[in-house]
Design a protein around this ligand. Sequence first.
Ligand code: BG6
Length: 485
Amino acid sequence: MKDNIDLIIFGAQGDLSRRKLFPALYRLDKAGLLPDNLRIASVARHDMTTVTYLKQIMEAIQDGIKDAEWDRKVWMRFQRRVYYIKIDFSQKKQFGYLADWMEKNRRAIFYLATPPDLYGSICKHMEGSGCIFEGTSVVLEKPIGHDLISSKEVNDAVGKYFDEKDVYRIDHYLGKETVQNLLALRFANRIISSQWDNTCIDHIQITAAETLGIEGRWSYYDKVGQLRDMFQNHLLQLLCMVAMEPPNSLSSNEIRAEKIKLLRALRPIGIDKVDEYVVRGQYSNGWIDGKPVVGYLEEEGAEKSSSNSETFVAIKVEIDNWRWAGVPFYMRTGKRMNAKHTEIVIVYKDTSHSIFSGKKEDSSNKLVIRLQPNEGIELEMVSKRHSLRERLSTEKRVLNLDFNELESDKRIVDAYELLFLELIKGDQRLFVSREEIESSWDWCDQIIEAWNKNKSETRKYSAGSGGPAKAEVLIEGDGRSWHGQ
Ligand code: BG6
């Protein structure tokens, strides 16, 4: 692999570049993890000099990190890496500026942080201007399409110019330290791996709740909804990490192969099942952190007074394979919920025969994997109650592995830092393959089609609540309940 690397960021003035990409690159430089010879070309269509651009980027980095992380010396070093190149993406001729800047003896990584409908034409113009050669690769941000057909179109458009081995599709959840830790938890602990199937596990819950609303993205979001924005990618990737078979090794091919097998084993949810297995919700006004917030239809930029688009979705997912037969996965994600938290809860079966008295809910073990915030793992154990009156009764106690406490001198790294490191290394393990994306769309498309045919109801929930009441029914109907409720 060539040692000299050029990172070329298209959409360098966009929100993602400012909020995530540049703070992550600065932190890596500060940690001494960026190769000395890495150059960064920031490509956008605005007319400005590198000096003006650097001023903006400095502010963006300062906003994105803690005050104590700012180090002027690091910034002086970092800014020397950055060049601003003005290109109007619709003008093929202007890609010549980039070609002039690039050097063929350096490895180049094109990071497309632009709307996905530009991916194909950017690649075409790069090819036409001689920017693509041996040793160039491309990074694609989500969304890759809005259904199977459009995702194939995006993948085909990029695939004309780049081999699959050179395409890095980002799902930033895969870069989260705690999501990676699922691999260690599952495959480096005999005590866990030996109990990870339908003989021991009753069901699994996956929740990704946000207090944020749609953050000024109404017209985009209304076409998309939460199933496409969060479930098709992040939630299904979490499901893969929890439920895939053990890969033979940690190589990207082995991990991807297991994820694809899992995605193919998801039981389809068609028109006959959609209203029983899927709950669709939309927030109305309410309170978050003691402050009033407006409903989805009153958000800034709302273009309609009624809309079916969901800001919440809960799905009972079933997996048709040996390991998970009979184990439902209850999965939910929503905006404007009561707290920001992403967690996976493994609920174990009760002991086969109870010799202790006491309430039933006290008798099952739960493994709670907190992905964000307060990253950690809790194991709910049943233990004897210390009581002279109730001498042989039991109660739940918690073994708590709190990563923030354990690593108090270190911060949990941001997903983009890890993703950049893997990119520089040229390892696709944390990136999503074409087949994974297409298998996930294939499954989600059936739900969307069933919603449309069935005219499935989008149920209101108050901002700041736990989602629509029907989501409780989804799990309670099976005699179970959401963790923490
Ligand atoms: C993005 C979605 O992919 O993930 C956003 O488009 C969502 O709508 C965000 O807010 C959530 O990411 P995180 O890392 O804050 O859980």
